[in-house]
Ligand binder design. Structure first.
Ligand code: CA
Ligand code: CA
Length: 679
């Protein structure tokens, strides 16, 4: 449909996602990309290349319009933008596992080079989520959540089914996202508009108005080399192209400097293609005819399907008439018109041969059999679909399907059930959707105070017992005869995943106590209740003795890692001075032709070098451990927040961060327990 307006083939490989366009001299857009062996290349087709004398940048031996920037470490992030408006040009920002470099390409100098500690964030985007004219920060994390920050506060959280690898603002409160399992889609605020899942990986997403209708499409570059543009509203593909290798990045810029912004796609093999949007004059005609043509195509497809269905019914009716009606005949395709399909969800405690699981039972209302069941569900089955196809000897009117959701999130099960007779060649397909409750992996058990977990959360809500029972019924798989009418009551569950206990107690006063050693589960239950009962703010008292003790140990370790880090950095600085002096003395000895002393100095240098290498290994291990511990601390703060709702939630997170900053461990635990720093 669209052809590239330019194609370049660079002789440098491009690392996935590490592509940025910037005007590093304030005028000419240049493409920067991370390449192999810890280097970043800058493609500058506009001006004769400068010859640099400093150490960081050198001319590519392969291409005259490409300069190389030495980073000496694998690049994990690359972007360009205005850091200092007074300079009037873009800085190049290069991130590695341990450092951030802000580089002034034009003057070939470092703006700054800082040590940084990574976190479990995989993607970031700025987007005016709540429509107040100011942008919020969207953060995609390793724990499958998209969080929306308004300054320091989390104002919304959306749970996905995999690591969020990319986020991109589209317009207004709409943004695109990509997951590590090949899913891409579009959200508007907290509502997901659409999503599609591919067996390929979405390497890069970008918003760009390719058909000039004033609305951005979601452009995705895929691991199989495909680039597609999808309608923001429907996800329908309106444009695609193919590269011969995986797409590394999708960016935009006026690369030809003719006043028109191009969509620029780069492959990992260094192929760059630029695309111009449809021109406005063409658009009027193109759009009208294509809308009509689409509609006609869609309607004739529908007509075809209906005709096919009608012919099947006619054929079946003929067969029915020509052969005597005989139950044993079995060649019928038609099922009785009153055939109904029942579905039921329950908990199966498992056996020696099979672990405990949630179970979906599908049955027909007569002697028809179920030939096959197709289930489509997000995040439960590999590839999102599951087919149950009993062998011909095991066909019956009911079928039991084990389901084991890995996380406590409600999931829609879209079912297609093929119903017919044993020797039918055609089947009636029942399509229906059942929702798997959020806490379907918990079995109701009789209360046993001996095994009641020590950890708990405690709070007060003003709800009638009947409403709490409704919440329980909607979120757990309760046996059919369960009925709770009166307060106080207590229900206990056992986790089908790890056998952990969960007890929920409600007192006459509206006080609810939830006992579980799983702090994530406690948070999930509180968030679920809050949305069911429309609670805006909820303060909660909590205690998780074992988890808090673990956290205390982690905090002690963080301190240790910090002091080891300082000591090692000081040692390294000392050693660098020593190296300098040894080198000078060795060189002096050489000039004096004192070969013995020179040799001794070099021996010392050799030993020192070994020490330095060892020191580096220790430093590097220490750093990895520190990162792991900091992640755990951050996670603990998020968890403490998730035990609360609304303002108290944000207050807990802010207060915890303050306590960490001022190194006030006891205050930290007090906040996590009672939700506030003051007594
Ligand atoms: Ca806003
Ligand atoms: Ca558009």
């Amino acid at each position: 449909m669209l052809l590239p307006v330019f194609t370049l083939k660079l002789r440098h490989k491009i690392s996935p996602r590490m592509v940025a366009v910037g005007r590093y001299d304030g005028t000419h857009p240049c493409l920067a990309a991370a390449t192999q062996a810890g280097k970043v290349f800058i493609h500058n087709p506009h001006t004769r290349s400068q010859h640099f004398s400093a150490s960081r940048v050198f001319q590519s031996p392969l291409e005259s319009d490409v300069s190389l920037l030495n980073i000496n470490q694998a690049v994990s992030c690359l972007t360009a933008g205005v850091l200092n408006p007074e300079l009037g040009y873009d800085a190049l920002l290069v991130g590695t596992q341990t450092n951030l470099l802000a580089y002034d390409v034009y003057n070939n100098s470092d703006l700054f080079y800082r040590e940084v500690t990574g976190d479990n964030v995989h993607s970031l985007a700025l987007c005016d989520f709540d429509g107040d004219g100011k942008k919020e920060l969207l953060v995609g994390s390793e724990d499958f959540d998209i969080r929306v920050f308004k300054e320091d506060e989390i104002v919304a959280e959306m749970t996905e089914t995999e690591i969020i690898t990319s986020l991109c603002p589209m317009y207004g409160s709409r943004f695109g996202y990509a997951l590590s399992n090949g899913t891409v889609g579009v959200y508007d605020k907290t509502a997901r508009y659409w999503r599609i899942k591919s067996k390929n990986h979405a390497m890069s997403i970008h918003a760009f108005d390719l058909n000039s209708d004033g609305v951005c499409e979601l452009i995705t570059g895929w691991s199989n080399g495909k680039v597609d543009a999808r309608s923001d509203r429907t996800g329908e593909v309106i444009f695609k192209d193919n590269f011969s290798s995986a797409v590394a990045g999708v960016v935009e810029g006026d690369y030809r400097m003719d006043g028109h912004i191009q969509l620029i796609c780069c492959s990992v093999d260094g192929e760059i293609r630029g695309y111009l949007p449809d021109t406005a004059e063409m658009r009027g005609n193109l759009m009208d005819t294509s809308v009509e043509q689409d509609l006609i195509r869609e309607l004739s497809q529908k007509k075809q399907n209906l005709l096919l269905e009608l012919r099947n019914y006619e054929d079946n009716a003929k067969a029915e008439l020509s052969s005597p009606l005989n139950e044993a005949d079995g060649h019928r395709g038609i099922i009785p018109a009153n055939t109904k399909l029942h579905t039921a969800l329950s908990v199966n405690l498992g056996s020696e041969a099979q672990a405990a699981h949630a179970e979906l039972c599908i049955s027909t209302s007569n002697d028809t059999i179920i030939r096959a069941v197709l289930i489509f569900a997000e995040g439960i089955f590999l590839g999102e679909s599951h087919v149950v196809h009993p062998s011909i000897h095991n066909l019956s009117s009911s079928i039991r399907i084990p389901i084991t959701p890995p996380k406590d999130v409600p999931v829609d099960l879209h079912l297609k059930t093929f119903v017919g007779y044993r020797s039918s060649t055609q089947f009636h397909v029942f399509e229906l959707t059942r929702q798997l409750p959020r806490f379907s992996m918990y079995a109701l058990t009789s209360p046993d105070s001996a095994s009641e977990p020590l950890s708990y959360v405690n709070f007060i809500i003003a709800e009638r017992a009947q409403r709490v029972f409704m919440w329980l019924n909607q979120n757990f798989l309760l046996p059919e005869d369960t009925n709770i009418q009166n307060v106080p009551f207590q229900v206990c569950f056992t986790s089908l995943r790890n056998g952990g206990q969960l007890c929920i107690k409600i007192k006459l006063s509206g006080e609810i106590t939830i006992n579980t050693d799983d702090i994530d589960l406690a948070g999930d239950i509180i968030q679920s209740m809050a949305s069911f009962f429309a609670i805006e703010d909820l303060q909660v008292e909590a205690d998780f003795p074992v988890y808090f003790e673990e956290l205390r140990k982690v905090l002690v370790k963080v301190d240790e890692y910090h002091s080891v880090h300082q000591k090692l950095s000081a040692d390294m600085a000392d050693n660098s001075n020593l190296i300098r002096s040894l080198l000078v003395r060795a060189e002096d000895a050489r000039l004096m032709r004192d070969m013995r002393t020179m040799k001794n100095r070099y021996m010392e240098l050799y030993d020192l070098n070994k020490d330095l290498l060892n020191g580096y290994k220790i430093r590097s291990n220490n750093h990895t451990e520190l990162l792991g511990s900091l992640k755990a601390v951050n996670q603990a703060i998020q968890r403490a927040g998730r035990l609360r709702v609304g303002k108290p939630k944000n207050q807990v997170i802010t207060a915890c961060r303050d306590a960490i900053r001022s190194n006030n461990i006891n205050t930290l635990f007090r906040i996590m327990r009672v939700g506030t720093a003051s007594s």
